[in-house]
Design a protein around this ligand. Structure first.
Ligand SMILES: O=P(O)(O)OC[C@H]1O[C@H](OP(=O)(O)OP(=O)(O)O)[C@H](O)[C@@H]1O
Ligand code: HPA
Ligand SMILES: [Mg+2]
Length: 179
């Protein structure tokens, strides 16, 4: 598996330092708001776990599973809810936790769903932001790293469901996509 990686973009240490920064900022901004923190499965599961440990104010959390990439490196354009939230967002300050914003389709769909369900506010934190590939106009409230137009894996992010367990972020060797 580690042999499949062509280049490491961000080490475990670089990621942890950034997650800590984001957690500190979110703790300040959401003080007194008891946010409902929503993890967008599967990709965001590691970021979510690391991030909430760096948040020092009371919060609640829930999980939603959506998918649009499947076995591809390009969005299918159709966002499917695979698992919905357990709790109501009505009147809540919601913070969506994403691993990556690429085309922006997943997030614009989710924001729309949560606003229609009468959340009081909807904010977004993403660890990785790939603005070059955006097909909808959308800016996260908090972003860890701005990345170039490359398909990255590791730290929760997959290619065809693999590589989520790598502790760092990297790009795959080109032959992996063709085999
Ligand atoms: O901005 P976009 O182009 O919509 O891409 C971002 C979304 O795509 C990935 O999810 P994916 O559909 O691969 O599901 P997964 O999290 O289960 O891997 C990623 O985890 C984000 O949720
Ligand atoms: O670069 C990416 N890597 C993994 N999953 C993704 N989903 C959207 N963009 C990406
Ligand atoms: Mg995926």
């Amino acid at each position: 598996m580690f042999n499949d990686i062509q280049e490491v973009f961000y080490s475990e240490e670089q990621i942890q330092a950034k997650v800590q920064e984001l957690g500190t900022q979110i703790s300040k901004d959401f003080e007194g708001r008891n946010p409902l923190v929503i993890c967008v499965l599967k990709g965001a599961f590691i970021f979510m776990a690391d991030l909430v440990k760096q948040v020092t104010i009371p919060l609640e959390l829930d999980f939603m599973a959506v998918s649009s990439y499947g076995q591809s490196t390009k969005s299918s354009g159709v966002v499917k809810i695979i698992k919905d939230l357990d709790v109501s967002v009505e009147g809540r300050h919601v913070l969506i936790v994403e691993d990556i914003i690429d085309s922006g389709l997943t997030l614009s769909y989710l924001i729309d769903v949560l606003e229609r369900r009468s959340a009081q506010s909807v904010s977004v934190v993403t660890l990785f932001n790939k603005p070059a590939r955006r097909s909808v106009d959308l800016q996260p409230d908090y972003a860890g790293f701005e990345i170039p137009d490359a398909f990255i894996v590791g730290y929760g992010l997959d290619y065809a469901e693999k590589y989520r367990n790598l502790p760092y972020i990297g790009v795959l060797k080109p032959e992996i996509y063709s085999s």
